[in-house]
Each structure stands twice: as C-alpha cells, then as structure tokens.
Design a protein around this ligand. Structure first.
Ligand code: AMP
Ligand code: GLY
Length: 424
C-alpha cells in the first residue's frame, strides 16, 4: 500500500527530504508543514509551524498520514516524537529524552565524558561568578557555549578574556538567549578542520552516511560571523578509512550504546559535528537530526528509497536494509540575502532558478522563498541551496557554481570557495 508522508519544517533540508521522498514509488502524497515556495511546487505546503505539535498531530490523524519525518531541532526538543507515538502515529526522530544530546550541551558534555567519547576538555557552570573566575584561568582562545538551543548563536570562540567575559555576561546575566543560557559550558579550543558525520539509527542498528563538510562562516576563507551553514560537500575526500573507523567506534557506536543504556534510546538521524584534531577526531557537538545544508548534498547521493530507510528506523528493522549511496560527489552552494546572518530585507524577486536546473546535474533546493502571484520572492536569510552531483568533486562544484551564475536577486551573497579547503 502507498503511504502518505508528512515532513516537518520549511527550509532547504526539508525541501531535499521531500524531493527525495517524492521519488519513492511507495509514496502516495507528501505534505510539508510549513514548507516554502519551492516545496509548494512539488508537494503541498501546510500552514502549521514546526513547533505547533498538537496541531501537527491532529493534522496527521485527520489526513491519514502514515509516516512523519522531522527536520528541525526545536520540535524534537519539545517532544514531538513522544506526542506522536502517544497517539499511535509513526514518526522518524528521537524522543525528547534522546534529543537532549543536542538540546542540552551540559547533558551532552557530561554524557561524552562518562561514555569516553573524545571531546574538548570542559567545565559546566550555572553560577555566573564562578564561571567568571574560571575564565581568567583558561588558556586562549577559549570557547563559551550557552547550554540550550539558541539558533546556532549560543557559541562564542573568544580570542581574548575580555571577549569571553562579555559573552558570558550577555548569556548568564543579560540572558540574551533566555533560559538557554542558564547554564554554560566553557571549553578548550580545538584545532583542525570540521566535518559532519550522520548515521541513521533504529535504536540498535545504525548505518553511517558518507562524510560531509559544512562551511559555517559567512565569508570566503572562513571569515566573519557564523551562519546556519553556507555550503556543503559530500563525501570529504581526505578523510582516511582509519579515521572513519575511529569515528564509528569511539563516537557513533559509543553514543548510541550510552543513550540506550540511559533509557534514551536514539532513533532517527544522529549527527555529530567533529573537529579532526592532531590527536584524532573529537566531538564539537551532537545534533539529533539531519544537518542543514548537509542534507541537500546527501539527498543527491542517497540511492536507497528514503521511505524504506525511514520506516526501517521506525520499525527497528534497519539491520535488514542495505542503505546505498551513489559513488560520486555532491556539492551545495547556499545563496543568502544581503546582510545575513545579521539583518536582511525580504521580498526580493528571484530569477533564474529554472535556468540553473537546466545545468547538467543541478537541482535547486529552496530555503527562504515564497511564491506569490506566480513569482518567487526571498523570505529568509538563507534563500536557496544550489546542488550538483558529478563523478568527481571538482566537477560537482563546477556544475553547482554554473547553476549559481544563472540565479539573481537583489543583495544575493554566497561563498565562492565551497569545497576549496577539501580540494587542498
Ligand atoms: P557548536 O554549536 O557547539 O557546534 O559550535 C558552533 C561552532 O563553533 C562550531 O561549528 C565550531 O566552528 C565552533 N566551535 C565550537 N566549539 C569549539 C571548540 N571547542 N573548538 C573550536 N571551535 C569550536
Ligand atoms: N550544518 C549545520 C547544522 O545543521 O547545524
């Protein structure tokens, strides 16, 4: 029997998930809540926000949704999986207890320490004065993190103690991140390139994705403030097999085992962000979901029917499924609004998306777009993700940038060096 699927979220990641699901011969109908301008062109947008859990569950019940796939972190942290399961609805993602590995950095760090998972040395503070005293004793640079979810803005890598003190005061005294800053993690700075690891898990069995690399700072050469992610490549060509074995055993396996032992069994997609340090891979953070914009590259490589994988994770049958990936490379270039990650204007007319998709191997995923009177407008900071597939990474990047060259909107900005670090 064909299945109705609900995808929760409205960014580039959700467009990529819906696009991949729409290729499944077993999918009848896809709804995306709230969706976006591009998603609405291939499926149906549902005007319910990703955190309106009761409304989403009611929608799923009423519309005979067979499977729900969650994109963003906040509904997971709010317990959407628990709420759906309690109603007998099938949903892909971790429970609230398991998602704490992302939603609480203090939980994640303590968990890593107890489980022997390699990570930066750290201290946890809920007392501002004590944290301030500790800061002065730390080597520089120093990293200060609000414990809770803060839209990716709750982390400061500080070159001076004064900078760290300012961030600490903003977080703990001025409460710029609200309750997310009640507790902080102060940790050592780790050297090395960042990579993203993803694994599907049904709670017991897991299946690793190829490696990926995001590019978080807004500017070329990693200059400027951090964003949600300005572009990705997958796989990362220089990651050695021995490193992958270490990552699999000491990070992915240990995390899934440790969570299960603590009655926080993890189902869904586990995404550790790593630094490849001279001492080996170390975890910067765990995410309890698909990465954005990693997923835009990943969905161009996934060969297996995504619905099969999602259902195997929900049903605990992942060990019986071979998850296959295409042997080539994928790249994603994010096109952002002028001013992002700071203030930016919305409502700019976007042209050239269809032309971009005529470039061989190119698919454009929408993030912050809105369709009005048949015209596409910008409606967010990250607007589009131009992806390309090719047999080698250089060609994937060339195609993606050729796609980018066809697209225009006022103020459009993007990084010109996605993948350059990996190519060396
Ligand atoms: P997080 O949300 O914990 O991944 O932190 C956001 C970004 O801050 C990461 O992608 C890194 O670029 C940087 N970062 C976080 N922790 C550290 C660390 N201990 N050493 C170096 N950079 C870090
Ligand atoms: N790739 C960044 C994130 O999803 O958190």
């Amino acid at each position: 029997m064909k299945k109705n699927v609900l995808v929760i979220g409205g960014g580039g990641r959700e467009h990529a998930l819906a696009w991949k699901l729409s290729q499944s011969p077993r999918v009848e109908k896809i709804y995306v809540a709230p969706g976006n301008g591009g998603i609405g062109r291939i499926t149906e947008n549902i005007p319910i926000s990703a955190t309106e859990i009761e409304k989403l569950a009611a929608f799923a019940s009423k519309n005979a949704v067979d499977v729900t796939v969650v994109g963003p972190d906040d509904p997971l942290a709010l317990g959407i999986v628990d709420a759906f399961r309690a109603r007998g609805l099938r949903i892909f993602g971790p429970t609230k207890a398991a998602a704490e590995i992302e939603a609480s950095k203090t939980f994640a760090k303590a968990f890593m320490k107890e489980s022997g998972i390699p990570t930066a040395r750290f201290e946890i503070f809920s007392d501002y004065e004590k944290a301030k005293v500790h800061l002065v004793q730390c080597d520089l640079p120093i990293v200060v993190k609000a414990s809770g979810l803060a839209l990716g803005k709750g982390v400061a890598v500080c070159k001076t103690t004064a900078e760290a003190e300012r961030f600490l005061e903003n977080t703990m005294v001025k409460k710029v991140f609200g309750d997310a800053g009640k507790e902080v993690v102060i940790e050592e700075y780790l050297e090395g390139q960042e990579i993203s690891i993803h694994a599907f898990s049904d709670g017991e069995a897991y299946s690793l994705f190829p490696t990926a690399q995001d590019h978080k700072p807004i500017g070329d050469g990693d200059a400027g403030p951090n964003t949600g992610g300005m572009g990705t490549i997958a796989p990362v060509p220089w990651v050695a097999k021995e490193s992958m074995e270490k990552i699999e055993n000491s990070i992915v396996k240990s995390a899934l085992k440790g969570l299960a032992e603590r009655e926080r069994t993890f189902t869904g997609c586990l995404y550790p962000g790593l630094k490849m340090t001279p001492q080996g891979p170390k975890v910067l953070e765990f995410n309890a979901r698909f990465g954005d914009p990693e997923t835009q590259s990943y969905m161009r490589l996934l060969k297996t029917d995504l619905l099969d994988v999602v259902e195997a994770c929900i049903d605990g049958t992942l060990s019986g499924l071979k998850v296959e990936w295409d042997p080539g490379y994928a790249a994603c270039i994010v096109l952002a609004s002028g001013g992002y990650p700071g203030k930016y204007k919305k409502g700019k007319i976007i042209t050239g998306v269809d032309e971009a998709e005529k470039v061989s191997g190119v698919v454009v995923f929408h993030a912050g777009t809105k369709e009005e009177n048949g015209k596409l407008h910008t409606s967010g900071g990250r607007v589009l993700g131009v992806t390309a597939y090719a047999e080698d990474l250089k060609e994937a990047l060339r195609r993606a940038y050729e796609g980018v060259s066809k697209i225009h909107f006022d103020g459009m900005q993007y990084r010109k060096d996605i993948g350059a670090k990996a190519l060396g």
